[in-house]
Design a protein around this ligand. Structure first.
Ligand code: AMP
Ligand code: MG
Length: 406
């Protein structure tokens, strides 16, 4: 058996980032920036007012109070989106709305709450502080500034910033197209009555959904029978048109585990026994240049090997940087009756859920049946508690967990 870290390192090393492409801003959410971006413009682009009120000269309203207001001549109204026609002179007040270009001549905002009207005159009842409520051009982003580095994962805020500086297209690493193939003579799909020995294919639905959740582009390759020619045909086609392929089933020690035989023939595969439970059998290699992940058939095993082995490789293909590939392990505390250790050299991932306790610690409890076929408990898990070989846990024991959130 090999340690999980060794298997992960092998996968990540062989999953080269995809070649960058240019995309519209609106298609870039969740993708990784392939080159640094500089701001082409100031944001805000011009000096503007942060409040509704009057653009005035601070000297004109110094010492103003409700009892002794400063009387200024109203010279018009400036909404956001217009440019002022002339500067504000001594003794004048220009009504301005939030976001309006702040006029020359004025140097302070008398907020509307401190004013009242008397005919065309504006009575200002409090001093306006020089510069207050005025946002200089470039106050948020200065033209020429480096905004985001290559490797940045583009979120909603990043795309907003890029919109604000007039960026239309960017160079990103495209999300990999990932095929998902189920294998096994026992598998059926659709609204059919199960015949003896048959089961419904669940792995494909799970894996396609995990890929979508993680921002990859899933392709449904259907079910292949336990037949070498059929498996070979599907895999040859899939590795030609996908950036990576996930198979499930047929990689263990069974008599009909033909995925193994086929991949050995058409690819350069490494068959691993990874020192984890579930998901010990795992195959990884290249068919041509396409990474292929041979996940085990048991539903929990295929999910766990996706999370800890396939996902990091696919994230690397997506351009994510070292340090942003693997699930984060965080410290928690066992909050149920615990469990006995498993007496072998494997690390067990206990399917569990976690929540913050009143003292701010993360409390973790098992979600139920821990068999590799018991998908129900895995479905309800939001973390995997890392139970080292041979170690049992009791309530209150510290334990590390891998968080499984999106
Ligand atoms: P295998 O790795 O092909 O020996 O499969 C191991 C176990 O997982 C067997 O009980 C299979 O019936 C089951 N299995 C394989 N593929 C799937 C699938 N796509 N959906 C649900 N169970 C599966
Ligand atoms: Mg099988």
């Amino acid at each position: 058996m090999i340690p999980l870290e060794e298997a992960q390192a092998e996968v990540v090393a062989a999953c080269a980032p995809r070649f960058p492409v240019s995309v519209e801003l609106s298609d870039a959410l969740g993708l990784v920036l392939a080159e640094p971006i500089r701001a082409a413009e100031d944001v805000p682009p011009f000096r503007n007012t942060a409040m509704d009120g009057y653009a005035v000269r601070a000297a004109d309203v110094a010492g103003a109070s409700p009892g002794r207001p400063a009387r200024l001549r109203g010279i018009g109204t400036l909404p956001a989106g217009r440019a002022p026609s002339h500067p504000v002179g001594p003794g004048e007040a220009l009504r301005i709305m939030t976001g309006a270009l702040f006029p020359d001549g004025a140097d302070a905002v008398a907020i509307v709450e401190n004013t009242r009207l008397d005919g065309d005159d504006v009575l200002v009842e409090a001093p306006a502080v020089l510069g207050e409520h005025i946002r200089p051009a470039g106050d948020d982003i200065a033209s020429g500034q480096e905004l985001f580095r290559a490797g940045t994962v583009l979120g909603a805020g990043h795309l907003g910033v890029l919109s604000s500086v007039g960026c239309q297209r960017l160079t990103v690493v495209p999300a990999p197209v990932v095929g998902v193939l189920s294998t096994g003579d026992e598998l059926v799909e659709g609204p059919v009555v199960l015949q003896p020995g048959q089961i419904r294919d669940s792995n494909r639905q799970t894996l396609l959904s995990l890929l979508r959740r993680d921002g990859f582009r899933p392709v449904d390759l259907g079910i292949a029978r336990d037949d070498q020619a059929e498996i070979e045909e599907v895999l040859a086609d899939a590795t030609g048109r996908c950036d990576a392929v996930l198979t499930s089933g047929g990689v263990s020690m069974g008599d009909f585990d033909y995925v193994k035989a086929v991949l050995d023939r058409i690819g350069r595969m490494h068959w691993m026994q990874v020192a984890i439970r579930p998901a010990k059998p795992f195959a990884f290699g290249l068919v041509g240049e396409t990474p292929v992940f041979g996940l085990p058939g048991n539903p929990v095993s295929s999910m766990v090997s996706y999370e800890v082995l396939a996902r990091p490789g696919l994230r690397r293909m997506s351009g994510r940087l070292e340090g942003d590939l693997h699930r984060a392990a965080v410290a928690a505390v066992v909050d149920d009756q615990g469990w006995q250790g498993w007496r072998d050299e494997r690390t067990t991932f206990v399917r569990a859920t976690c929540r913050f306790g009143p003292d701010g610690r993360l409390l973790v409890s098992s979600t139920g049946g821990q068999g590799s076929h018991q998908l129900y408990a895995m479905a309800q898990a939001d973390c995997l508690a890392i139970s080292p070989p041979g170690t049992g846990f009791s309530r209150g024991d510290p334990i590390n967990v891998l968080l499984l959130g999106p």
